[in-house]
Design a binder for this molecule. Structure first.
Ligand code: FE2
Length: 428
């Protein structure tokens, strides 16, 4: 007797007609034609069942603060940072907790099962850190929240940032962050990478730095991050977020840089919605896209996961916790239009990002945690095309969110009555 069986599922690897059985919060079997009884049975109807979406880059201390205390009028990253600096002293721990929990509700309903959130440590009261540590505890039964100590104003440029970042790690923040391109000079940026990686090595932690988030073709912090990663033996534990300057770099230099990143086992986290919105703001025409070289990084063997970065905050006014929106934008900006490339974009918001975060028990094999999302789409490409409806979100074998199927009721003589966008998939 199982707790739950999902009947007639299609899996992300393309296998179909399978039943997924759950016992005690763990996937107990994945096979066709299961006859064992279960307390609850869900008919997937041939739709895609995936492990949950994973957002490897977010700012939960700022989310849902849009318009407070004012709007970002230039639309630039730098005005966003200045605006965030105005908001920080005005907000309380309770307000940050309330906004974050509200966002987590939305994220769960959209099938997100894990989020890596940066939390600003450039605040002598560490209100954001206190708030998100509390949120991490409150949501742990339904959402894996991993926190990155993020010195937003520069760990060297801000006089108390280093002490506060170390204090945040002492308080239980999981990952070491940084922002080398915001330090005063390129040399200070490199020194910040060196010091922060040393802290991670000493403490046995992962690293995730905002790295080269600019259109400056001469920004070189990902080179330093790769160097420090191999020097300190941090291979597989380090991610470079954004990496937008790689878009503008000289091609010859990139032909040397990417192998250095491969050697160091550094992961890459582009944030397509935010990168396409914020980068190229100083260009006239042609305007650079400012998304890093996704295809080239992936083809070299680097793990690439797409992050959402911002939802309704000083940097980005839109967003609805939809990782398929993120994949959709990454696909377009990266011109990832072959069948294989489009399917890969789904992986970039699921399995790849789970690997970057080091999530345990992620997947649909027997023995994995029974965390799943049932999508109203027949395969990964259709899921991206439709930004598919999340019919059911399952956590440890329990349905924690349901959404009614999408279909329009048509009133045209001689035409079908119901139109479901998921029925428009091309024949395999
Ligand atoms: Fe970010």
């Amino acid at each position: 007797m199982f707790d739950l069986i999902i009947k007639n599922a299609t899996l992300p690897d393309g296998r179909s007609g399978l039943d997924i059985a759950v016992k005690d919060g763990v996937i107990a079997a994945v096979e066709a034609g299961m006859t064992t009884e279960a307390a609850e049975v869900i008919d997937a109807g041939g739709y895609l069942v995936s492990p949950p979406f994973v957002d490897p880059h977010f700012h939960m201390d700022a989310t849902l603060s849009l318009g407070n205390p004012r709007m970002n009028t230039s639309g630039t990253l730098l005005e966003g940072i200045a605006l965030w600096g105005e908001l920080k002293p005005l907000q309380s721990v309770e307000e940050i907790v309330a906004r974050a929990l509200r966002y987590c509700d939305l994220a769960v309903s959209m099938g997100i099962g894990a989020i890596r959130s940066h939390v600003d440590t450039c605040d002598d009261e560490l209100k954001g850190v206190e708030a998100l540590l509390e949120v991490r505890e409150q949501v742990k039964d339904y959402l894996d929240l991993q926190l990155v100590a993020f010195p937003q104003d520069g760990v060297l440029r801000d006089s108390t940032a280093m002490a506060n970042t170390i204090k945040a790690l002492d308080m239980g923040v999981d990952v070491v962050g940084g922002i080398p391109h915001f330090e005063r000079t390129m040399a200070d940026g490199a020194e910040s990478v060196r010091q922060l990686c040393q802290i991670a090595a000493d403490r046995g932690l992962m690293v995730d730095m905002h790295c080269d988030e600019s259109d400056d073709p001469h920004s070189r912090h990902i080179e330093t991050l790769a160097y420090e990663t191999q020097r300190l033996g941090l291979q597989g534990r380090v991610a470079g977020s954004h990496l937008t300057s790689m878009h503008s770099m000289d091609n010859y230099y990139v032909s040397k840089l990417i192998p250095l990143m491969v050697e160091a086992g550094v992961h890459a986290i582009p944030n397509p919605l935010i990168n396409i919105m914020l980068q190229g703001r100083h260009d006239s025409y042609p305007k650079r896209r400012g998304q890093t070289r996704v295809r080239e990084l992936r083809d070299a063997g680097i793990t690439v996961g797409f992050g959402s970065d911002c939802v309704m905050d000083p940097w980005y006014s839109l967003g609805k916790a939809d990782m398929l929106d993120v994949a959709f934008m990454g696909l377009h900006v990266g011109q990832l239009s072959s069948r294989e490339d489009m399917a890969w974009c789904f992986d970039a918001v699921t399995a790849n990002s789970a690997a970057i975060m080091g999530l345990q028990g992620y997947g649909l094999e027997k023995g994995c945690a029974a965390n799943m999302v049932l999508l109203q789409a027949k395969d990964k490409i259709e899921a991206v095309r439709l930004r598919a409806n999340r019919l059911a979100v399952i956590r440890k074998g329990r349905v924690i969110s349901r959404t009614a199927p999408v279909a329009s009721v048509l009133d045209l003589p001689g035409r079908p009555k119901a139109v479901n966008p998921a029925d428009y998939a091309p024949k395999a």
